[in-house]
Every structure is written in structure tokens, then in C-alpha cells.
Design a protein around this ligand. Sequence first.
Ligand code: PLP
Length: 430
Amino acid sequence: MKTYNSISLFERAQQSIPGGVNSPVRAFKSVGGTPLFIKRAKGAYLYDADDNQYIDYIASWGPMILGHAYEPVVKAIQEKAEGSTSFGAPTELEIEMAELIKSMTKNVDLIRMVSSGTEACMSALRLARGYTGRNKFIKFEGCYHGHADAFLVKAGSGLATFNIQTVPGITAGVSNDTLTCAYNNIEAVKDLVQQHKGEIAAIIIEPVAGNMGCILPQKGFVENLREICTQEGIVFIFDEVMTGFRLSAGGAQETLGVDADLVCYGKVIGAGMPVGAFGGKKAIMSHIAPLGSVYQAGTLSGNPLAMIAGYTLLQELNNNPNHYTELAAKTEYLHRGLETVLAASGKPYVINRLGSMISVHFSEKPVVDFASAAAADNAFFNQFFHAMLRRGIYLPPSAFESWFLNNALSYQDLDKTIAAVQESLQALLA
Ligand SMILES: *Cc1c(COP(=O)(O)O)cnc(C)c1O
């Protein structure tokens, strides 16, 4: 496989873009080698600057749930663009988008659109603080909630990939209000809540974690958090930037059957356009400006192109729940195929999966939190990543990322992937 054009583009990019990329994980630093520059994509396939084709398991980190360049979305964007790309004034489409999201999800009485998952989480935390009059909050080690200052403490994938422990530029004053516990450790949460009684504004969680590989909440964990929040007057925030509209039309709230007070969306909600949203119960959301005094704003929030893209995709997902059945069946098929070839290879492994999120950890022990994800043979994962890439399979370039399936993948693509895993393992373990 020749990648001359990507190599020369990467050299050129580094002259004018920090590290040659606009988001760190794209630089392939942890797995090594040169990142591929992508020219276009269609369905389940990516094409790089040298016209190599890859089966895509990133799906733009989630949004391409029905495949790339999904025609109804592309058409809708093209048509909308004719009527101007932004107004800075309200539109009927924003109401339709809000109504659609409300009809698909639980506990969302009011919803505010923003332009990224980072903005959604940052704003939800500010709102929880404004609403409760408390400063501290709890997050879980290895969970990523965007790059706002308060969240960049033990923040999973991107930082874990680069082994960044503390982030220069974030003041102690800010990070002192961020309390962290291990994922799936309810006793640690109870201890923190006791130690800081009456001081905790929010508990924020990825209800199924996707930023340390895919990690599932153990039975009762999220339910227990819900109970603690209710008892202590703590706002329970579900960061559904990954899980929203992916695990099911109603997201993790529906899949896990647990209610959140505030929910953050991103990724799928924008169909690949820059969109995020946060919403929740009226009693809390009505503290947001202009209803209340918790300020939050955005010049491009509710942008017409972003809204029509997201609306078109969400409507399709809402009208055809068989997309989720098909995605889950394909992911299970992949899971079984991976089991077979991994078991035969003799290399210890753990596969975590829920719906269309899945990850492989080269670990002997169950992977249930950040520490167990970090203890896996991630150096081997990095070699595995390149072996797969050489065989035309584009996995996330870090052991700390979930793989995302899209419904344009065919069973033939999955068989090719499983065969590539078998060949890669044979080549690496020979
Ligand atoms: C991607 C992600 C974010 C941040 O979203 P951006 O759009 O990249 O700012 C927040 N939370 C979770 C769970 C994510 O996966």
C-alpha cells in the first residue's frame, strides 16, 4: 500500500498546523507512523490521498451511523445552502429539530443547540452549578467530556493516548473543583459525596464509556448513581455525545432504563456537521438565559445547514428503528468472528460491546475501568492497528477509543475485517 501523498501532505501540514492536525488523536502519535489524509468517503469506505480504500470503523467518531455521504443528508444540505448558510436569527427548523429530539428522548423538556460536544458538556456543567449554587462535581477516570478546563482531569482517550496527566494552562482553582473516581466504583462515589456533603453540583458520566475503549457500566452502577443524585440534590448529567442516537433512538437513557436530569448530545446529532446540544428537565433548563441568568450563547448555534443535516439523519433513525437492530446484529456478528480468531491466536483478549460500540483490549483481566484498560498490552494494539491498516481496515488509532459500526457495512465487509484480524495476528505473533 503506497501512501506517498499522505506523507507529503503531513510534512506540508506541519508547516502551518500544530502537529499537522486540528485534533490530536488524528496525528497517529500513539500508534506511530504517518496519518492518512482522507480525500473522500462513501458508505462504509474511506479513500485516502493516494486513493487507497479502507473499511471505516471510526465513522467520524460516530456521526456516520448510516455510512458516509448518506444521500438524503447530502441533498438536504445542498438545498438548504441555497437559502443562505446562517442568519443569526431564529428559524422554524430549530423548533422542528428540538421537537424531534424531545420526541425521541426522555427527560428532555427543553433543549439548547450548540456547535460541539465540548460546548454541550461545558454548558450543562455551568447550568448544574448555577442551578444548585454548588461548585464541585464528580467525573470518572477515563471519561472524556470535551476539552473545557474543568473536564481535563483524568480525561481518557486523547490525553491517555498522549500520556498527559495534568494539563498546563488549567489553574489549580479550576481543577480543585473536579473530583474523580474510578468508573464502576460506587463505593468511591459514596465516599466523595460524604466528604463533600452539600458541595457537589453534578455527577457527569458517559453512561457507556467510549473514551477508554468501550467500557460498560456494571449492573446497578448507573442506577445507584441516580439514587445518590436524587438523595443529595445533585444534578445527574448523562454525557450522551457518543451514545446518543447510537445505542438506540433514545440513547443510553432508553438502553439502560435510567433517567438523567441533564443530557448532552453531539456527534450523531449533527450527521457530521458541527453540532451539540444539552437539554433536560424544565426546572433546571429554565435557569438558562434568556429565561434565567446562567449565560450561554453561540453565533452559529442552530445553524441551518447543521440543523437540516442532523434533522434529516435523526428523522431517518426515528422512523426506521430497524437500523439499530441491523447495527446490533452486525456488531454481534463481528464480535463472534473476532472471538473465534482471537481465541485461536492464543493472545489474551477482552472484547467489550454494546449495540454498535465495540472494542478489543489485549488484556487477561476484564476491562471495567481506566486502570484495567491502561494495563492491557496496548503496545501490541498499536502494532495490530498498523497490521489492520495495511490490510485496508481503518480502526481508531488508539487502544483508548471505541470502534463505531455504521449500517453501510455489509456482511462481506465484516468477513473481510475478521479475515484481516486473523492474518494480522498471525503475522504479529509469528
Ligand atoms: C467527543 C466527545 C465529546 C466532545 O465532543 P466534541 O464535539 O469533540 O467537542 C464529549 N463527550 C463525549 C462522551 C465524547 O465522546
